[in-house]
Design a protein around this ligand. Structure first.
Ligand SMILES: Cc1cc2nc3c(=O)[nH]c(=O)nc-3n(C[C@H](O)[C@H](O)[C@H](O)COP(=O)(O)OP(=O)(O)OC[C@H]3O[C@@H](n4cnc5c(N)ncnc54)[C@H](O)[C@@H]3O)c2cc1C
Length: 411
């Protein structure tokens, strides 16, 4: 039977866009099917009171080996080569010098433990049990949720050890989401077109979507792992058991941002300020002031706290944040912050969470997602990257890889 397309790509996030671009360059007839009314997935740059701001991905992690740096610069976009010092950034003044040293010491001890060889695929939480001093463990637990979006007790150390981190986190002043959106220009995309079923037929594949059934020779499915795990998109016949098991081993946790407009300058809200409200609360956020001088304070929340605050709604989330900021900077701070805006990545039916992290004991399964398992159905997305999962560039590279498979490379 004649097919409508050579390849259907489901999901126009970084992975799907990378796949569609590569296939288009190879003269394949490609259709990108996107559930939302916008492209970009977990990248989205908005105009926040006159300044571009990323609601999802913001940092070009492992920047010197991150292909998105060259891609952005090739399009004439500026990439700001900023130095981020994530761990020792400002710790509340109420902690004296001795305590500060202990806090930094605990963080350093944790990262040393994370690098130590492990015989077994234990959890990050089990590794935390080995910290000689547990006083500031909750702070390390919070840091872990910012990194992985899941709680330490659930995450695999071996999976974390495979992640290739060069500790360079650069930024695009006009937005990471803006870059990904720009990269989708010229592609054949159908928006507001959720796919519910991928069906293998005798001669190809079918995708049942909001716009009807589309047929192609092959399909690349680039939707977040939680959607596959929860059956938001089904396969007929089902995915092979080993692949399903691998997808289930890399669920996404929760990650959320709360933005405030800095309505009135404040000495502690200067350019590049990073603030830590508590070192004893595992749900504490990390606050960043825009590195580019824009009057924006962003709180980054991870894990269960991100989910619970998202569920509570913007007003409750903002009140909770202001309580912490008042304790850190004084009650006057409230007068300096206005117009809170909260993200909703967990409730969003087309992301259903933050980013993937392998479950402790199951780190051996993710690599299965980096191999083709079928001649017509291919998976892509950050969860399919072994060394750059949870990132945009990881997603991008899996999209390019899946496009190669769809062209017969490596099969
Ligand atoms: C708050 C937050 C902060 C982050 N910060 C960073 C960061 O600083 N740096 C970094 O590199 N990464 C960061 N990430 C992670 C990064 O955003 C993701 O790893 C990356 O964008 C994932 O790309 P993807 O293409 O795999 O998935 P997605 O971007 O989620 O794209 C999947 C696409 O599939 C679509 N879709 C879903 N279901 C269907 C369906 N049934 N039919 C059709 N389409 C469907 C979705 O709408 C979406 O467009 C962050 C994520 C969050 C949530």
């Amino acid at each position: 039977m004649a097919q409508d397309y050579d390849v259907l790509v489901v999901g126009a996030g970084a992975a799907g866009i990378a796949a569609a671009r590569k296939l288009t360059q190879k003269n394949k007839k490609v259709k990108l099917l996107e559930a939302r009314d916008r492209v970009g997935g977990r990248t989205q740059t908005i105009n926040f009171h006159g300044t571009p701001y990323d609601l999802g991905a913001q940092f070009l992690h492992s920047a010197s080996i991150n292909p998105m740096v060259g891609i952005a610069e090739g399009l004439g976009m500026t990439v700001a080569r900023l130095k981020m010092d994530w761990n020792s950034s400002r710790i509340p003044d109420r902690y004296g010098n001795a305590e500060r040293r202990e806090i930094i010491g605990t963080i350093d001890a944790f990262f040393e433990l994370m690098e130590s060889p492990q015989d077994q695929d234990i959890s990050v939480g089990a590794l935390l049990d080995r910290l000689p001093d547990q006083t500031y463990r909750p702070f390390v637990e919070a840091i872990w949720t910012w990194i992985s979006s899941r709680e330490a007790r659930d995450c695999s150390v071996l999976d974390a050890q495979r992640y290739n981190d060069t500790h360079e986190d650069w930024q695009i002043p006009t937005g990471y989401g803006h870059l990904i959106k720009t990269l989708s220009e010229g592609l054949d995309v159908s928006l507001s077109c959720p796919v519910s079923v991928i069906r293998k037929t005798v001669s190809g594949v079918e995708a049942e979507s909001a716009s009807g059934t589309l047929r192609a020779e092959k399909v690349i499915v680039a939707v977040p792992s939680n959607l596959l795990i929860r059956g938001a998109l089904r396969f007929e016949p089902g995915l092979p058991a080993g692949i399903r098991e691998a997808v289930e081993s890399v669920p996404m946790g929760n990650a959320g941002k709360l933005l405030f407009r800095i309505a009135k300058p404040h000495p502690d809200l200067g350019k590049s300020a990073r603030l830590r409200v508590s070192v004893t609360d595992p749900g504490t956020p990390s606050y960043h002031v825009s590195a580019f001088g824009a009057p924006v304070l962003m709180g980054f929340f991870g894990g269960a706290s991100a989910r619970d605050l998202e569920n509570a709604g913007t007003d409750t989330w903002a009140d909770h944040a202001l309580e912490g900021l008042k304790a850190l900077l004084g009650s006057d701070i409230e007068k300096h912050l206005a117009d809170p805006l909260a993200t909703g990545w967990t409730a969003d039916p087309f992301s259903q969470g933050g980013y993937s992290a392998a479950t402790a004991g199951l780190a051996h399964l993710r690599p299965r997602l980096a191999e083709p398992f079928d001649e017509r159905i291919f998976l892509a997305g950050e969860h399919c990257s072994v060394d750059f999962y949870s990132t945009v560039h990881g997603a991008w590279l899996t999209g390019e890889r899946a496009a190669g498979w769809a062209c017969g490379e490596g099969l």
